[in-house]
Design a binder for this molecule. Structure first.
Ligand code: UD1
Ligand code: CA
Length: 471
């Protein structure tokens, strides 16, 4: 269920697209569901900002059901009737739906910490109990806001779920909450779902009311309690999201620590769920590893570095304050401090990119060095190249971007400007402070600057002339 707006977030973005651990809440739930059943058996109920939500997770291959008006969690399941429990003939609904599931597991699109093991347990318990409805519950110290579970005299069977707004003061004291995860006998659910009404505090069709409906119909409703309370926490407010995000990231750090990664002060690091890090890599405080980033083994990622969607090889040193996005770094390279690798930077094995060097869409060959204060954009730089301090590739003429090609073994003197399109041939030298506008052949020396002239004694003469005036 992912159709709700998320009013309590006070956001223009749909709730299920808010991110925790660096990806949409709904993406976590779908990834977990996919560990239990194939994507073709997963149906995401969308409604509020349906197209945005669909687009964000369409890559997973799941199905979508549109709940155009969101009239409650019970209504969400009513809308899914065709998709989950079609005619079985495939005729008549225009969609050729042949589904006829006997068990339906309902997950809450806003509770992302649920695990595949717990979903399997819920499903197995439901089957073993031959129940019509099985709910996953948890004991919370502070159950405020959640639906409360009314058991039949403390037994496995459940009589009803009461929502916070409808609960009596006595019921509010119950600490066992409904997690919003359920297993249903699909045929029986759809035989009875029309008995739901909107006569409650919110004027909505509550899926939770199915417990009472089934109880009254003499059907079996049971509950299974999880011992890991963290798994069922929802994200209705920004505060709840912050709690989930912190839990998820700390769990991620634990997973990395267990896999041989050293992380100092993990609470200060921001590591997204899908990040991978090799063994014996050391991550210093205040590092951010984001998106699909993969870091090799035996690396050191020093403080204040922010690395997004990048692939870093083994034995790489990333010195403090390095920023990297959509880039690749070969084994043994050294970056920073304060390097800025913008999208499309490909740094070769053992290459160095130093202080205040900005790169964009470049290939820097094996063992090449650009150690100080440079801008290298739209460039193909060979192996063993030395880029002197302050070198700039002038890649933009105000309208178009042009390419700079620097062959193997070239030496670019400090403070050179390379006006693209331009090629520097293999083994050539560019003298310091040159402005290079034409191609340089291999093994040549190119000088592109005014010749120095020296006026002997000029300064002394000037000083003496000044003294003369003052007399
Ligand atoms: C729900 C339960 C509550 C439980 C809690 C656990 C109901 C009435 N209450 O409350 O007992 O303790 O979850 O987290 O179900 N949604 C739709 N269509 C709708 C309405 C909601 O798809 O018309 C989706 C939402 O996007 C969300 C999920 O259903 O992902 C749950 O809805 P939400 O409004 O968050 O329910 P809670 O108030 O948390
Ligand atoms: Ca919720």
């Amino acid at each position: 269920m992912a159709a709700g707006k998320g009013t309590r977030l006070k956001s223009k973005h749909p709730k299920v697209l808010h991110e925790i651990g660096g990806k949409p809440i709904l993406a976590h739930v779908i990834a977990t569901a996919q560990k239990v059943v194939p994507a073709q058996d997963i149906f995401v109920i969308i409604g509020h900002e349906a197209e945005r939500v669909r687009e964000a997770v369409a890559g997973t291959g799941v199905n979508f059901v549109l709940q155009a008006a969101q009239r409650g969690t019970g209504h969400a399941l009513m809308v899914a009737r065709e998709a989950l429990f079609g005619s079985g003939s495939g005729i008549g609904n225009g969609k050729g739906n042949n589904n006829n599931y006997d068990q339906v597991i309902v997950l809450s699109g806003d509770a992302p910490l649920i695990t595949p093991e717990t979903i399997r347990k819920l499903s197995a318990f439901h089957t073993a109990q031959r129940a019509t409805m099985t709910l996953l519950t948890a004991d919370l110290d502070d159950p405020y806001g959640y639906g409360r579970v009314i058991r039949k005299g403390g037994r496995v069977e459940v009589q009803a779920i009461v929502e916070e707004k409808s609960a009596t003061p006595q019921q509010k004291k119950i600490c066992e909450i409904n997690s919003g995860f359920y297993a249903f006998d699909a045929p029986v659910l759809y035989q009875h779902i029309d008995r739901l009404s909107t006569e409650n505090a919110h004027g909505e069709y509550y899926l939770t009311d199915m417990a009472g409906v089934f109880h009254r119909a003499g059907k079996k409703v049971v509950a299974i309690k999880t011992s890991d309370v963290g798994e069922v926490l929802g994200s209705n407010t920004r505060t709840e999201m912050m709690v989930l995000d912190a839990r998820l990231r700390l769990a991620k750090c634990r997973e990395l620590l267990e896999n041989g990664v050293t992380i100092f002060y993990p609470h200060t690091c921001v590591i997204d769920s899908d990040v991978e890090v090799g063994a014996d890599t050391v991550i210093e405080p205040f590092v951010q590893l984001l998106g699909s980033t993969k870091i090799g083994a035996d690396c050191r990622i020093r403080s204040y570095s922010v690395i997004g969607n990048s692939v870093v090889g083994d034995r790489v040193t990333v010195k403090p304050g390095t920023i990297m996005e959509d880039s690749r770094v070969g084994a043994g390279a050294v970056l920073g401090p304060y390097s800025h690798l913008r999208p499309g930077s490909d740094v070769g094995e053992g290459a160095h990119v130093g202080n205040f060097v900005e790169t964009k869409k470049i290939k820097l060959g094996k063992g090449s060095k650009a150690n100080h204060l440079s801008y290298l954009g739209d460039a193909e730089i060979g192996e063993g190249v030395n880029i002197g301090a302050g070198t700039i590739t002038c890649n933009y003429d105000g309208v178009n971007k042009h390419k700079t090609v620097i062959a193997d073994g070239v030496f670019i003197g400090s403070d050179s400007t390379l006006v693209a399109p331009v090629k520097i041939g293999r083994g050539a030298y560019v003298a310091a402070a040159s402005c290079i506008t034409e191609d340089v052949p291999a093994d040549a020396l190119a000088l592109g600057r005014a010749r120095q002239s020296v006026k002997e004694g000029w300064a002394r003469a000037k000083r003496e002339a000044q003294k003369e005036k003052q007399r």
